[in-house]
Design a protein around this ligand. Structure first.
Ligand code: GDP
Ligand code: MN
Length: 379
């Protein structure tokens, strides 16, 4: 789960990281009022769950409250990466001498959390990583000890010197605490800035949290912003489905995450492109299947829908009934291919034989048919 910059900054403040004073505004007048309270010179920042807001025109410096009003008026309502800006953060402006990058991420190859530090902060860190990886210092963090102050100092002295390095090292340790406490997968300050009189400030903040740990992060879990999610993914989650939208044209409805992955692999193997990952879970509840069909068929790219169901405790005939009911209810015009195997598969096949649903005996056959039908529909 992603959280907004202003929320991430609140978590940073709790650990004692220096973050400029700032407040949220929802209207231009409110932004002006907040700017007056913050002393006039402020930065107006779009709060959307996407990076690169600066480049998209969503971060602007205002020299006085009237300008803050004007800029907020421009930024509110703006669309950044498909998301409409409904809130801006009004932050007290600071003078920048240099910009650093600090981040902690869950590094799957290293199998631990990793501190990343760079003097090439402010800009696109992905670009720095791709073009000049030597500019990013990486340090694995031992989960038992956490990031230790001497490790942080060592890393900091590789990007700058003196008191500034010590201040940055202090921020690193505090960033680790914020990251660990929130069960994060990412905590990032880009840029961490140094002012002309050598103060250090986190002017941006980003945190992603581990969805599997949200059950014990009740305060943060409540911060979820549905507007920042793909609407279909939100709808699916509420319906108890796990759905991830992709770019292909073969819609997939599968029970079980492993089977869903295997199905997507096979679609790719046979030269097709899956339109989604979708796990309807262990139940054969027709309502869930209806929801799944609705969500998938709303995607204009989808040209055929493939059901791949393994009946264990879930009985195939139940699922077949669910699919038949769901197809009628959701009024699907797209071709649907069904492959059911496992408990009561014969009964399921009999049920399907009376419908216009295509069925297939093996996974390869089902996938191949789905790809062909999707191609046929496009050409
Ligand atoms: P992002 O583009 O979404 O990462 O948004 P950031 O919060 O990182 O802002 C983009 C850029 O705006 C930063 O790299 C800074 O150069 C600049 N910026 C942000 N806050 C301030 C500030 O308080 N003062 C000044 N002068 N510039 C700022
Ligand atoms: Mn940034």
């Amino acid at each position: 789960m992603k959280i907004h910059e202003y929320r991430a900054k609140d978590l940073f403040r709790r650990e004692g990281i220096p973050v400029p004073d700032g407040v949220i505004a929802r209207t231009p007048d409110e932004a002006k009022q907040r700017a007056i309270e913050l002393g006039g010179r402020v930065v107006i920042k779009a709060q959307v769950l996407a990076g690169g807001r600066g480049k998209a025109g969503g971060v602007k410096l205002a020299k006085n409250p009237d300008e803050a009003r004007e800029l907020a008026d421009k930024i509110l309502g703006m669309k950044i990466k498909g998301m409409t800006v409904v809130r801006v953060l009004v932050d007290k402006a600071v003078d920048i001498e240099s910009e650093f990058y600090l981040g902690i991420v869950q590094d799957r190859t290293q199998q631990c959390s990793t501190l990343m530090v760079s003097a090439a902060g402010g800009m696109d860190i992905e670009q720095v990583a791709a073009e000049t990886p030597e500019k990013i210092i990486k340090l694995p963090i031992n989960p038992e000890t956490g990031l230790r102050p001497f490790e942080a100092r060592e890393a900091a002295f590789r990007i700058c010197g003196g008191k500034t390095a010590l201040r940055i090292a202090d921020v690193m340790v505090k960033l680790w605490r914020a990251y660990a406490k929130a069960d994060s997968t990412l905590a990032e300050i880009n840029p961490l800035i140094v002012t002309p009189n050598q103060e250090v400030w986190a002017v941006d903040g980003k945190m992603n949290l581990d969805d599997n740990a949200l059950y014990r992060q009740s305060e943060i879990a409540f911060w979820r912003d549905h507007l920042g999610e793909v609407p279909e993914e939100y709808e699916a989650r509420v319906a108890g489905l796990s759905y991830v939208k992709l770019e292909g044209n073969v819609g997939c409805v599968v029970n079980g995450a492993g089977l869903a992955m295997a199905t997507m692999d096979l679609v790719k193997y046979h030269g097709g492109e899956p339109a989604n990952f979708l796990d309807i879970g262990g139940s054969s509840n027709p309502d869930k299947v209806v929801k799944a069909l609705e969500i998938i068929s709303r995607d204009q790219n989808v040209k055929a829908i493939l059901f791949n169901i393994f009946g264990g405790i879930t009985r195939c005939d139940d699922v077949a009934r669910g699919i038949i009911k769901a197809k009628e209810k959701a009024d699907i015009k797209l071709p649907v291919i069904v492959r059911l195997i496992g408990t009561n598969e014969d009964a399921a096949r009999e049920l399907l034989a009376e419908t216009d649903l295509e069925s297939a005996a093996t996974m390869d056959e089902a996938v191949q048919k789905a790809i062909d039908l999707a191609k046929g529909a496009t050409s």
